[in-house]
Design a protein around this ligand. Structure first.
Ligand code: WTA
Length: 652
């Protein structure tokens, strides 16, 4: 974020106190901050007490082997029981768990009792395929109820799931399956996207050509597309799952039993398998969902408009809302299919009261115009949330006005795949919101903004965001790579968790998130590593060297801009510039997925490098954003930048 934007942010003077009626009935009051500060362990123990434990814990937090944390040690619980069975047992079996809305307009209603039956059947099906506690199961699915069922079935039998976003390529899927050594994959023939069936099974088939250890693929029929079938390996969900008994006794697992692995981009080309375990994760996912969204399970209709393939879907479509026994909306498709008012039609149809989405969606709706949501009755909404990237004050104010009718609080929630649950956010019944600020750490969470030496910065200054105390839903490690876990998060500032984000404290000490300070881009709320895209580009025979930067983009937050040095083979192929860019874009899509496709690809003769040979991305970003160049004194050859600039097409 540029200095100019930063000073704009800090002169943002609009203030929005909590609505009186919401504050009067809020689940959490200001006292929670003091209670948690006085005794954080007791605070988290009370939050864990909102769950059903088969055996009590002996110790709340064990940080003796830092940075490897254990929470609620000795306690035993089953995540699926907590998300489903206990609500049925408490007499809420008839409550709707999900209103499912398919993109073509088909709908399904699943009550908690329906969900319990389905999860039990799927758990029995996985057992029949030989899946046992501790085995990893990969899930590559569209946004349909079976995806939730599959995750909970895994949790029920103690098999950690790894959900791979359906937009990832066969190669990306294969890398994740191999990294966590999954032997079973759950997928679908396809899902609906942008008004058409979009296939998933072919990517699984392609991925598995190099995954000999995968013995079973369980396939949901969603679109009815033709699929290739591998006899003996592939099995239809409707054949296997439907035939199972709807009874299954959930076993209680250790609080530290692995619940899932979620891959996320880091600063190297290889994605990191973020490991979450059961007791602490579920405690914080459930508590934050209850506190930050102030959910009232008897009357709210909650909607996280995100994909289950990201951590937001894990914590705030599946585990948080279900642990709280809430009714949710699950929508399969895109916001503009078949028209640009689809989300608002869904809000009106189901009477959605709480909506959670990413700033990139909000900015898109702004672009489409206020007249579109204005055509729908959005009066049911009482609270709005934002996640995934910094929200600029104008988008925040527009969201509150055009969607929230100038009535609803907007909670800007900062967190990460690694944190498992929300960490910095307003509390809607307590906080006076500032557009663009996540305000302060939630009760029980300790964060700080520090300078290069790890010293807290004074109010009014910026630095690096760190977390200074362990928290229940923190990642436990990077799957199979403890050293990388230590190096990535705990080495930059000894004793502190380094989040990789820049932040500023305003004069009140409130926190404003400023985006990544490392080589991670944030495109439409998706984390993508520059090196991952670079290594995809250099794997193409035309490319000798590549440097990728995230350039500011008014809608997507950042856009991917790639600078490439071509090999002679490129000239020999005789493609013109546009055809070449098309070819390289398609290659990145194949290697990683469409979300990583560069917005611009610029062929250059040289790249700016420091004397130690490191590519100076900062300068490339300046070029891509067409700003005055930053300091170039460490460049080996300062004419390089001149040459790059002159090679740029007009207006780019
Ligand atoms: C960014 C998504 C500013 C941040 C839950 C973080 C945010 C990364 C916010 C994590 C926010 C997330 N304000 N930036 N409210 N929320 N981010 O792992 O850079 O996909 O490090 O988790 O998104 O992305 P991830």
């Amino acid at each position: 974020m540029s200095g100019e934007t930063l000073s704009n942010l800090l002169s943002e003077a609009r203030r929005f106190p909590p609505p009186a009626d919401l504050a009067a009935e809020a689940n959490v009051t200001a006292a929670a901050y003091d209670e948690a500060a006085a005794d954080p362990d007791a605070f988290w123990a009370a939050a864990a007490g909102r769950l059903d434990w088969a055996e009590p814990w002996q110790q709340i937090r064990d940080w003796s082997n830092a940075p490897f944390a254990r929470w609620f040690t000795g306690g035993k619980l089953n995540a699926a029981h907590n998300c489903v069975d206990r609500h049925v047992e408490a007499g809420h079996g008839d409550r709707v768990a999900f209103h499912f809305e398919g993109e073509p307009g088909d709908t399904r209603t699943l009550t908690y009792a329906d969900l319990r039956d389905e999860v039990c059947r799927a758990a029995n099906a996985l057992l029949s395929l030989g899946v046992r506690a501790g085995d990893r199961v990969a899930i590559y699915m569209p946004m349909i109820p079976e995806t939730v069922v599959a995750m909970l079935a895994c949790a029920r039998i103690g098999a950690p799931h790894t959900v791979v976003f359906g937009g990832f390529s066969a190669d990306a899927l294969r890398g994740r399956i191999l990294d966590c050594d999954a032997h079973v994959v759950i997928t679908a023939d396809g899902g609906y996207r942008k008004g058409a069936p979009s296939a998933l099974k072919p990517a699984v088939d392609e991925a598995l050509t190099a995954c000999p250890q995968v013995r079973s693929v369980l396939v949901v029929r969603r679109t009815g597309q033709d699929v290739a079938w591998s006899e003996g390996r592939d099995v239809w969900w409707h054949d296997l799952v439907a035939a199972q008994p709807a009874e299954h006794t959930a076993e209680a697992f250790d609080s530290e039993h692995p619940l899932y692995i979620m891959y996320t981009s880091g600063t190297t080309a290889r994605p990191k398998g973020i490991l979450h375990t059961t007791g602490g994760y579920l405690t914080q996912a459930a508590w934050t969902h209850w506190a930050v969204f102030d959910v009232k399970p008897e009357r709210d209709v909650y909607w996280t408009a995100a994909d289950i393939g990201w951590v937001t879907g894990h914590s705030y479509i599946v585990y948080g809302p279900l642990a709280n026994g809430v009714t949710s909306v699950l929508y399969e498709g895109t916001p503009d299919t078949p028209h640009q008012g689809r989300w608002w039609e869904i809000v009106a149809k189901y009477g959605v009261t709480i909506l959670y989405c990413a700033p990139t969606a909000i900015r898109t709706f702004m672009k489409w115009g206020e007249q579109i949501p204005a055509r729908f009755d959005l009066s049911s909404l009482r609270l709005l949330g934002s996640v995934g990237e910094p929200i600029n004050p104008e988008a925040w104010v527009w969201y509150r006005h055009a969607i929230g009718g100038d009535r609803t609080p907007v909670v800007d929630t900062w967190w990460q795949t690694e944190t498992g649950a929300q960490m910095i956010s307003p509390l809607p019944g307590v906080s006076t919101c500032k557009p663009g600020s996540a305000l302060r750490p939630l009760p029980g969470i300790s964060a700080e903004v520090v300078d290069d030496n790890g010293q807290p910065v004074p109010n009014g200054s910026g630095g690096y965001l760190v977390l200074t105390q362990p928290w229940p839903s923190m990642l436990r490690t990077i799957w199979g790579d403890e050293q990388r876990y230590i190096d990535t998060y705990w080495s930059r500032f000894p004793g502190y968790y380094f989040a990789g984000d820049g932040a500023k404290k305003d004069e009140d000490g409130d926190i404003w998130l400023l985006g990544r300070v490392d080589d991670v881009m944030n495109v439409s709320g998706h984390r993508i590593s520059t090196t991952e895209v670079e290594s995809a580009l250099v794997s193409h025979p035309f490319v000798a060297e590549a440097a990728v930067v995230g350039a500011a983009d008014a809608t997507t937050g950042q856009g991917i801009v790639a600078f490439v040095i071509l090999r002679a083979t490129a000239a020999e192929a005789g493609l013109d510039g546009a055809a070449l860019a098309r070819e390289l874009r398609a290659h990145v899509t194949k290697e990683i997925g469409p979300i990583a496709r560069p917005r611009q690809i610029l062929a250059v003769a040289e790249l700016p490098k420091t004397r130690s040979g490191k590519i100076m991305r900062r300068l490339l970003r300046d070029v891509a954003e067409n700003r005055a160049l930053g300091d170039v004194t460490t460049l080996t050859d300062s004419t390089v930048m001149q040459a790059i600039r002159e090679g740029l097409p007009e207006g780019s």
